[in-house]
Design a protein around this ligand. Structure first.
Ligand code: BTN
Length: 331
């Protein structure tokens, strides 16, 4: 039997209403332990960085949360019960790799894997994604079963939209560099990597999202300093768990409530176009078949990029990468 974590249980009780005091007597009855045990659990939470007031005859009140990436902390920002299908690692190789494994084991849609640190964070096109402890959100969201691989670009775009909406709630003005980089102040704050998991009859997709949250410029490798930015550097001091929970909630809303993938794509494409920092700009397309210059003109219904070539002809780019003049060091 799993060992009881009274501190986590107390945190859940106090987190249900952070405006009120919760009497020690009431808490001891609800948790089925002595008042001394409640007091000891409160001390343990304080050691973990939670600020808990205790006032004679009134009880305990949770007044501030630490920055961290634990399930208990995340639950403070998520709707009640949502934490049940969230798995939080202090360290793992890659949350996408864990997510794939869970998909193959039959984990339900909406399962989320998070880590405080990744030892082998994967980026697009075989690159690695630096994932130091205490500085970012590294999150994978599982969707299954039965995915049309053609919908993968739409999934990635939905994730980009979700991240933008969360950053906007915190007063920032992010833009999307097609297909899946989120940009603040001309630098990259978030990257997205969607992979499909397929084995026998089990199909699924894992959307991996990496957000730079607390880094200062000197925390990025030298070669990335003019290309990378964190949420904090952009001017918003937001706890990582709040950003992670915000993204999970937005993704739930898009996929599980709005069923965005079975809706006409116009709304989504409109939202993406409104936030695009690629449309209307000169770009260099780096595709599997070669490299060429073009003008980015629109987002296609399948989330591909419609570009216009110097001879006036148009084509849709659906995989590969574009460099946008004036962004991420491309001049
Ligand atoms: C990119 O910009 O190239 C994509 C980066 C994607 C990084 C995230 S972090 C969480 C998830 N796990 C991974 O290994 N990669 C994605």
């Amino acid at each position: 039997m799993a060992k009881r974590d009274l501190a986590a249980e107390l945190l859940r009780e106090l987190g249900q209403d952070r405006t009120q005091y919760h009497s020690g007597e009431e808490l001891s009855v609800r948790l089925g332990v002595s008042r001394t045990a409640v007091w000891k659990a409160a001390c343990r939470l304080r050691e973990q960085g939670y600020a808990i007031e205790s006032v004679t005859r009134l009880g305990y009140r949770l007044t501030a949360l630490p920055d961290g990436m634990t399930k208990e902390l995340l639950e403070q920002y998520l709707p009640q019960g949502r934490g049940e299908t969230v798995i939080c690692y202090e360290e793992t190789d890659s949350t996408n790799t864990r997510g794939m494994q869970l998909a193959l084991e039959g984990a339900p849609t909406g399962t989320v894997v998070l880590a405080d640190r990744q030892t082998h964070g994967n980026g697009r096109l075989g690159r690695s994604f630096a994932s130091p402890a205490g500085q970012g959100v590294y999150l994978s969201y599982l969707l299954r079963p039965d995915f049309d691989p053609a919908a993968l670009s739409l999934l990635t775009s939905c994730a980009g939209l979700a991240v933008c909406q969360v950053l906007e709630q915190h007063g920032l003005a992010p833009a999307i560099k097609w297909p899946n980089d989120i940009i603040l102040d001309r630098r990259k704050v978030c990257g997205i990597l969607t992979s499909d998991a397929e084995s026998g009859t089990i199909n699924g997709a894992v959307i991996g999202i990496g957000v730079n949250v607390t880094q200062q410029p000197q925390d990025f490798p030298e070669e990335l300093r003019d290309k990378a930015i964190s949420v904090r550097e952009a001017g918003a001091a937001v706890p990582r768990a709040a950003i992670a929970a915000g993204i999970i909630t937005r993704l739930d809303d898009l996929f599980l409530r709005q069923h965005i993938l079975s809706q006409p794509a116009e709304n989504l494409i409109g939202e993406l176009t409104r936030r695009s920092c690629t449309i209307g700009r000169r770009v260099e397309v780096i595709s599997p078949t070669g490299q060429y210059e073009a003008l980015a003109v629109a987002i296609a219904p399948d989330a591909g990029l419609i570009v216009e070539l110097p001879d006036g002809s148009r084509r849709t780019v659906s995989s590969g990468e574009v460099s946008v003049r004036g962004l991420l060091g491309y001049t």
